[in-house]
Write a protein that binds this ligand. Structure first.
Ligand code: NAD
Ligand code: UDP
Length: 342
């Protein structure tokens, strides 16, 4: 059978690079597009080393219609996975227009070109951020979306709407799956690719690994007086390789026409909530080290508890998270050590 080709925008980024590896391993041809605004070419080299394939890379901004059109002229794509976006919540509060322009603009440009070049299938990176502080847990795909607390969160919600309306207007000619990620963490077991936080990380796991590495002096645990079993916030931490595999099955579902609707949404998490303190203790135990941490005041705007109901993804996509918290925390630490030796 002819190999199918997938365009991965944001392919030099954290989740895009891991997904590129899983796509190649599942037998797809892959083309990576990235403007390297939050990544570097070393990641692409990492993907090429893991797969043993000289995967094509085009350094293009997805908002640049002419440049992106050249990519559509050069290759034929059966599907697109759209990761390219700006993702720093706090930066988005300072630079809202940059976030709306980049995250909405890149999606709209892409959808336009997909229609023009008859590429019918798209997977979009959405986020559990659209649920806000959910009233009922675990969070299902039917849980209402809530007003976002940042422009970044708003872009995810608005992009979902843009996608939905475009798919309806395409009247059967296009299909989309939005994956709502919970909290991605970890790195590829090879430690050839992983997360590359710029500056001081705002996410918990890179902050932990940087503290263990001595780059940060002390981890602040934002609040231990919430109404949770140990007082710290709870999240659903999903291994990045498991998350990458969810994209591969989503692509297969659309290409093989197994989708039930032209626009579908799936939660991607483990179905298990883990507290900040539990995560820190697991990190210490698994990697046999002591982390310097202290209890700090609550972080403004934090969601208290969030974890996914993954029944739909389990039953419909046939996808399930497989990697344990311990395995992923070990992989995250191994990756941090590789970064230090660079
Ligand atoms: P990342 O920053 O590592 O990857 C995004 C990549 O897109 C980067 O390599 C960046 O250079 C590129 N990019 C940004 N704007 C671009 C543009 N206009 N044209 C071309 N390339 C562009 O981020 P990630 O963690 O891999 O996230 C991937 C996607 O998943 C994003 O859409 C993000 O919002 C979403 N997401 C991430 C998380 C998370 O915690 N990491 C959670 C939920 C959703
Ligand atoms: N967190 C923390 N210290 C940090 C970074 C994060 O205690 O330095 C907590 C944060 O308050 C939240 C959880 O870890 O409860 C996950 O935070 P992250 O920013 O990684 O994800 P998000 O809040 O966007 O789900």
């Amino acid at each position: 059978m002819m190999k199918r080709c997938v365009l991965v925008t944001g392919g030099a980024g954290y989740i895009g690079s891991h997904t590129a590896v899983e796509l190649v391993e599942a037998g797809y041809d892959v083309v990576l597009v990235d403007n390297l605004s939050n990544s570097d070419e070393q990641t692409i080299e990492g993907v090429r080393r893991i797969t043993g394939i000289e995967i094509p890379f085009e350094q293009v901004d997805c908002c640049d219609r002419e440049a992106l059109e050249e990519v559509f002229k050069k290759y034929h794509f059966d599907a697109v996975i759209h990761f390219a976006a700006s993702k720093a919540v706090y930066e988005s509060i300072e630079k809202p227009l940059m976030y709306y322009r980049n995250n909405l603009g890149s999606l709209m440009t892409l959808l336009d070109l997909m229609r023009k070049y008859e590429c019918a299938n798209i997977v979009f990176s959405s986020s559990a951020v659209v649920y806000g502080d959910a009233e009922h847990l675990p969070v299902t795909e039917q849980s209402p979306r809530q007003a976002a607390t940042s422009p970044y969160g708003n872009t995810k919600r608005m992009c979902e709407d843009i996608l939905h309306d475009t798919i309806i207007a395409a009247d059967g000619a296009m299909r989309a799956i939005a994956l709502r990620y919970f909290n991605p963490f970890g790195a590829h077991p090879s430690a050839l690719i992983g997360e590359l936080p710029r500056g001081v990380p705002s996410n918990l796991v890179p902050y932990i690994t940087q503290t263990a590495a001595g780059i940060r002096e002390c981890l602040n645990i934002f609040g231990d007086d919430y109404d949770t079993p140990d007082g710290s916030c709870i999240r659903d931490y999903i291994d990045v390789v498991d998350l990458a595999r969810a994209h591969v099955v989503a692509i297969g579902r659309m290409i093989e026409g197994r989708n039930k609707q032209n626009y579908e949404i799936f939660n991607v998490g483990t179905g298990r909530g883990v507290s900040v303190l539990e995560l820190v203790q697991a990190f210490e135990r698994v990697n046999n080290l002591k982390l310097n941490y202290r209890i700090a005041p609550r972080r403004a705007g934090d969601i208290i508890v969030s974890w996914a109901d993954t029944t739909l993804a389990n039953n419909e996509l046939g996808w399930k998270a497989t990697r344990t918290l311990d395995e992923t925390l070990a992989a995250a630490w191994k990756w941090q050590q590789v970064l230090m030796s660079r």
